[in-house]
Unconditional design. Structure first.
Length: 94
């Protein structure tokens, strides 16, 4: 996921560095657009069981978390499109 975020973020708005994650059963589409440079999209095949939704993240925030956690899985917790999302290591089952 890190490489896809890096590639897409190159075309993100220079002020917000926003990338959009559209999550559906088919996978995750990461996209960004800029009036000056155009748009970029990449799709990753990932398991997702909920309703489709889209949420924006600061690309640097995503990379700051996911690069150190590259060896293991990442849990992306989303409530809805209006709430903040969180990335964290998966919870361990007790």
């Amino acid at each position: 996921m890190n490489d896809a975020v890096r590639r897409v973020a190159q075309l993100a708005d220079q002020r917000s560095h926003a990338v959009k994650l559209s999550v559906a059963r088919e996978g995750i589409e990461i996209s960004a657009s800029s009036p000056e440079y155009g748009e970029a999209k990449e799709t990753l095949e990932k398991d997702y069981q909920g309703e489709p939704l889209a949420i924006g993240f600061n690309a640097q925030y995503m990379l700051d978390f996911s690069v150190p956690a590259a060896e293991g899985p990442i849990s992306l917790e989303l409530k809805d499109e209006q709430s903040a999302g969180q990335m964290r290591p998966p919870r361990e089952e007790a």
